[in-house]
Write a protein that binds this ligand. Structure first.
Ligand code: GAL
Length: 980
């Protein structure tokens, strides 16, 4: 069989003209299910005759369609980011080209009409050759795009045989170098669709909104099924609609049988927006077919250098979404697409860039329904050519011109009727060149209603918005001021198509980006990279579950865990970064006004705050003592108001630290969250933390044999090391500067981790200078320093006590010239493993770091030590809780210890050391040890986003400096005033 089509840069052949994705009342048959399957190592190794009825596939395997064969037990997934996993020799692909043959025998339902029909494939990766009943239908490329083949005359009532030969590699693979797993197969739906004679071939609904008048304009464009040309429309002489004209009916708007080609104005229409996704149900119909449609009226413009929808500037609080499921790859079951959207809406995500290909069209239906602004991106990336200085890039090679156009065209035609799609994108990281410019020109002509995006068009010579990825805060600020970039781009709206790289623990610095989006009208937000970690569910030899990443399948070329960079973990459990996103981009801001009042500001693009119910609670030391409803007048989008604080004077006050928390919650159920879901909140201090009680003192140190006793503490008299506390064996505390590096610590050209290791911070040595008793105080003087280097840190421990409390004042002072920041500054100690319950008064409930702490509020929280851990797919520093006034660690029987800090401190508690965490490469490597490792810190370095993008902002860096931290240790049963 000839296989030259595999390496042909041209698009596939044999399929019918692309059209909008719709489901009509015409019969359809899903062909998903169990298919027969054979994987051959090369095109030539695949058997002949698979299309024939008499071919025997008895020894083939069964494979689920839709699906990827690598996830169905045949071959292995492989992950690369930029590099092609094969020689860059376009349009040639390896001779070892895994080829998957798929066969399905099927019958038609008894009532299947004798009408034309098409066979529709919604996605085949990367190249499929299709036969029905022995007849070749054609070839499709463009993995994430549909292809339809006319099959009507070929169908038999019984015993149809569909055969599809799929090649892992094809010329198309050169255009599909997205940063993701290489996964092959028929991974989206396969459907047989009746296309009735005289039915709707295709249609475009253009529903614009004139914001000054509130009028909508509706226009249907469709070719008459018989005429084969644009239809002028018009009712038949007898007034009936039993003609060949395509018409639209929208009962709610009083539109009945409006013919194609005739626009109509509708007074007082409610516009569609991501915040109020108003859809009007209707029908596009001919005499023989009815297609349900949902119409959203909206007009997208670029005016005054700003992107506007319905006349208003919008700001993208977006995410980049790949289609991913940890077991089925890019074959994402519908319920997971719904889960994605609901999670997004609940976390104040208002926009999605469909990186870097059109999603399953069901996802766009959901975006229309739930309300998300969408940048729909063509299935195109040639990033691997950047490794060759873009030599031979298909984007500028005429041989690929048709393929570029074909991909854009198939996306635009498929998705044109979605109101949620507000921008088209030509693709991602494909350099630049004439094929992109031609695709842009075609798109502008075909759909003048949507602006065009492509980040690689750096001077906006053929696109409409200025787009950057990972620009740092300073650059965004300069862009906002109009002092960065070529003149032409300075007039354009600016978006960050990617920012805030959410790899592992991070990103830090989202708040500072938000400030820029609010400061500069042209800076219209961005899309965090990315929505989900692409970890593949696996089990180790012991049967324990973990998520695999690049290299775990023995790939010779791979990019490790760079594919694990989402706001949600592979199982869609939100990572702490998603909570941070939700807080930073909350659509209502509740803050303290300078005069002691409360300020509420509406940051929605269009929505008033009328759908929100405001409430307040007063908490003393994290315990609620009063609360009520707060009446906030509805605020229009962009408006703000000041309100007096609720009356708090009548409430009993213990003098403990108290905070007022104001929440804005949904007043009624929505499709994505129930009434009561908190959309935004703010906190104001009411009673400050009382002055600390006098230092513990009064207990005199007593040396007996090998023990030095000081209040509840027992020390080794020689080393000054604490060995027991209130009867509990402990080790430490000792100065600790190290943390298990995060992906962001490891990133960039000049990674923090490299500097920290060069400075030996992971192997510090502690030299005891001496211990002395100064009155009732035990002073332990040490110098902590890396081997082979001259600088160090003086760390002096001042211990004092009364009968119940043991107090440590740690004083540190750097010596010599330190070459780097510090990962952390604090002490580490080991406490008994039984102390597995934590309770604290400070910020929580989730982890927080200097530059990612907006989501953490002041309160009293509890957690088990195990639940304090964030299971980042690639283990690294995590679980830090900040701003603690006190912490209690207890065992089931109530034994334990309490730590009070001055100033407030941070803690991590885990069943392994930072060194173990650092050495682990998968979650299953983390084995609980004999103790709990407790770190009590003055501070940690921020997180930044250097795994791809800017590092930690200067104000969030932790520099070696003189510092002091006081920690008071008590056994809980010895607490004087038991806290509520
Ligand atoms: C960008 C790219 C994304 C992803 C990201 C890093 O350059 O567009 O696809 O690779 O970097 O995770």
């Amino acid at each position: 069989m000839p296989s030259s089509y595999v390496e042909d840069p041209a698009p596939g052949h044999g399929s019918s003209a692309p059209r909008s994705a719709f489901r009509s009342d015409a019969p359809a048959l899903s062909l998903g299910g169990s298919w027969r399957f054979l994987l051959s190592p090369a095109v030539d190794a695949a058997p002949d005759g698979i299309e024939r009825d008499d071919f025997d596939d008895g020894d083939w395997a069964d494979l689920a369609v839709p699906g990827h064969w690598q996830l169905g037990g045949h071959g292995s997934p492989a992950y690369t980011n930029v590099r092609y996993p094969f020689p860059v020799d376009p349009p040639h692909v390896p001779s070892d080209n895994p080829t998957g043959d798929h066969r399905l025998a099927f019958d038609l339902p008894d009532d299947w009409p004798d009408e034309p029909a098409v066979l529709r494939f919604d996605g085949i990766d990367s190249c499929g050759r299709v036969w029905l009943n022995g007849v070749e239908l054609g070839v499709t490329k463009g993995s994430r795009l549909p292809a339809e083949f006319d099959v009507g005359p070929l169908l038999r009532p019984r015993g149809n045989l569909l055969a599809v030969r799929v090649h892992q590699w094809s010329a198309g693979s050169y255009l599909e170098d997205q940063d993701m797993w290489w996964l092959s197969g028929i991974f989206r739906d396969v459907t047989l669709l009746v296309r009735p004679a005289g039915g709707v071939q295709d249609f475009t609904v253009d529903a614009g909104y004139e914001h000054l008048t509130g009028r909508g304009t509706l226009r249907l464009d469709a070719e008459s099924p018989d005429a084969g040309g644009p239809d002028a429309g018009g009712p038949d002489a007898d007034g009936s609609h039993a003609d060949s004209v395509v018409r639209i009916t929208v009962p709610e708007l009083g539109i009945v049988g409006l013919p194609a080609g005739r626009p109509v104005e509708v007074a007082d229409v409610q516009p569609w927006s991501a915040e109020e996704p108003r859809l009007y149900e209707g029908e596009v119909h001919t005499a023989t077919e009815r297609v349900p449609v949902r119409i959203g009226f909206r007009t997208v413009t670029v005016e005054d250098g700003q992107l506007k929808v319905n006349g208003r500037r919008i700001v993208f609080h977006g995410v980049n979404r790949h289609e991913f499921h940890p077991e089925s790859g890019r074959a994402v079951p519908r319920e997971f697409a719904v889960a994605d959207i609901e999670l997004m809406k609940r976390h104040n995500v208002n926009a999605v860039r469909t990186s870097h290909y059109p999603p399953d069209s069901a996802f766009l239906d959901l975006c229309d329904t739930y309300g998300l602004w969408v940048i729909d991106e063509s299935d195109l990336e040639t990033h691997g050519f950047s490794e060759l200085g873009w030599q031979g890039n298909p984007s500028d090679d005429p041989r690929w011109a048709d393929a570029y156009l074909d991909r854009m065209r198939r996306m635009v035609e498929r998705d044109k009727n979605h109101p949620s799609v507000v921008l088209w994108s030509l693709g991602n990281e494909a350099g630049t060149g004439r094929n992109l410019a031609a695709a842009a020109e075609w798109t502008h002509r075909r759909d003048p209603t949507r602006p065009l995006h492509y980040e690689g068009d750096t001077d906006c010579s053929y696109t409409d918005v200025h787009s950057r990825m990972y620009a740092d805060h300073d650059e965004v600020d300069r862009i906002g001021q109009g002092i960065e970039g070529p003149e032409r781009v300075r007039q354009r709206p600016f978006i960050l198509c990617e920012f805030g790289h959410a790899m592992g623990n991070g990103p830090g610095g989202l708040l500072e980006y938000r400030d820029l989006f609010e400061r500069h009208p042209r800076c219209q937000g961005g899309f965090v990279w990315e929505w989900i970690d692409h970890g593949i569910a696996r089990r180790d030899a012991a049967g324990d579950a973990y998520f695999a990443y690049g290299g775990d399948f023995g790939e010779p070329l791979h990019d490790g865990n760079f594919v694990i960079d989402g706001l949600v973990h592979p199982d869609r459990a939100p990572s702490p970064a998603l909570a941070e996103f939700a807080k930073v981009f909350e659509p209502v801001r509740i803050t303290a006004a300078p005069d002691g009042a409360l300020r509420v500001t509406n940051h929605y693009d269009v929505l008033s705050s009328a759908h929100l119910a405001f409430s307040w609670v007063l908490e003393e030391e994290g315990i609620e003592i009063a609360g009520g409803v707060l009446t906030v007048p509805p605020l229009a989008a962009g408006a703000g108001t000041e309100l007096p604080l609720p009356e708090l004077s009548g409430f009993p006050a213990t003098g403990a630290e108290s905070w007022l928390t104001v929440r804005a919650a949904l007043a009624a159920d929505t499709p994505w969250a129930r009434a009561g879901h908190v959309v935004a909140w703010g906190q104001l201090p009411v009673t400050p933390k009382p002055a600390t009680t006098a230092p513990a003192a009064g207990a005199a140190p007593a040396v007996t044999g090998t023990q030095l006793r000081l209040g509840p503490g027992v020390f080794h008299p020689g080393t000054g090391q604490l060995t027991a506390l209130g009867g509990l064996p402990v080790e430490g505390p000792r100065l600790d500067l190290w943390r298990a590096p995060t992906d962001n610590d490891r990133g960039s050209d000049d990674p923090d981790e490299t500097r920290w290791r060069a400075a030996g911070l992971h192997r510090l040595q502690h030299r005891l200078i001496g211990t002395e008793l100064l009155g009732d105080t035990l002073v332990v003087r040490t110098r902590v320093a890396p081997p082979g280097l001259g600088f160090g840190m003086r760390a002096d421990y001042h211990w004092s006590a009364d009968q119940q409390r043991l107090r440590l004042r740690l004083e540190v002072e750097p010596e010599g010239t330190w070459p780097c920041t510090l990962p952390r500054l604090g002490v580490r100690m080991a406490v008994p493993a039984a102390l597995g319950e934590a309770e604290w008064f400070g910020r929580g409930p989730g982890e927080a770091y200097a530059d990612s702490r907006q989501a953490a509020r002041i309160g009293r929280f509890t957690s088990t030590v195990d639940a304090l851990q964030t299971p980042y797919v690639f283990p690294q520093e995590n679980g830090n809780r900040i701003d603690l006034r006190w912490l209690r660690l207890t065992s089931a029987d109530g034994a334990g210890l309490r730590v009070d800090g001055e100033p407030a401190f941070a803690f991590t508690a885990r069943r392994w050391t930072s060194e173990h965490l650092d050495a682990a490469t998968h979650t299953t490597d983390l084995e609980p040890g004999r103790t709990i490792v407790l770190n009590l810190d003055l501070a940690q370095n921020g997180l930044g986003s250097a795994s791809c993008g800017p590092g930690v902002l200067p104000r969030h860096r932790l520099h070696p400096d003189r510092a002091s931290l006081t920690l008071t240790f008590t056994s809980p049963d010895a607490e004087e005033t038991p806290s509520r």
